[in-house]
Design a binder for this molecule. Sequence first.
Ligand code: AHM
Ligand code: MG
Length: 339
Amino acid sequence: MSSKISLTRYLVEQQRIDGHIPSELRLLLEVVARACKSISQAVNKGALGGVLGTAGSENVQGEVQKKLDIIANEVLIEANEWGGHLAAMASEEMDSIYVVPNRYPKGEYLLLFDPLDGSSNIDVNVSIGTIFSVLKKGNDDPTTAEPVCEQDFLQKGSQQVAAGYCVYGPQTTLVLTVGDGVAMFTLDREQGSFVLTQEHVKIPEDTKEFAINMSNMRHWDEPVKRYIDECLQGKEGPRGKDFNMRWIASMVADVHRILTRGGVFMYPWDKREPNKPGKLRLMYEANPMSWLVEQAGGAATNGRQRILDLQPGHLHERVSVILGSKNEVERVTSYHTKV
Ligand code: AHM
Ligand code: MG
């Protein structure tokens, strides 16, 4: 790339030339990126910044919160609440929605996030990330609008107007879609800005790499067992090729690898807690990742249906996730549907 294109310029061009995004959405995305920059700083300091370890509290899903979970959540709220572009926010780390306080102007967008995904990796210095999804509040006439409530958030993933993640790994990379393909921006620490490093990201349709937590094998459903078993048989089995496995235990890092070189990621429903549809959360993990993957030519299902078509029933709803290279996702899905 001859001249560097900053995230700001990319967004301005999306707004001005392509007409993809209104100015308020452009501002919102810039603010989210700024928040990610400051989370990246905190992550980088690690023990030196006193940010490692647990916070001694639990979130609404009964998971122990790490200090960085809480710091990242606060950074995102503080950065976004005053700009005038948002009506409310929702987060993995907050029981209910956070309505923009009355002292600030309100906008028509809703921001959802998992502030620090892959929390179990924080203290062991392995890649983690922030995932975000942007929706538009249904009634956008501020004179008649009802106060924002959880119901406003319960939209299908196909209604998202922007989605992305920021991975804090060897590099800090922001990955974004506004419905015009997927673009990647690497944080230039000297300049303090995100620089476009890849556009029109494309996931290969076929792959020889899968990502699943194999320690859960005995709990899986038959279609997942069948798929992984066939992969493990390698060249000698029905797939006729050897497969490689990766599991980072950080969805952001696993999806980043898949966007970069292909692969299939699965966190399927399993028998440990049969009433729970899966581990991952639909609205701020599966939906944004599914849209990114689809925008890059991949596919995402819950084993039976396209994730982006699922109607959420509540904010913290969980879902079974199979996403990545199109032909593999279709194969796993067909093992569920054609029995
Ligand atoms: P978190 O949002 O609490 O960090 O949990 C989500 C993470 C995903 O990033 C990852 O794919 C999965 O949990 C790993 O789970 P497991 O430890 O069961 O393998
Ligand atoms: Mg998460």
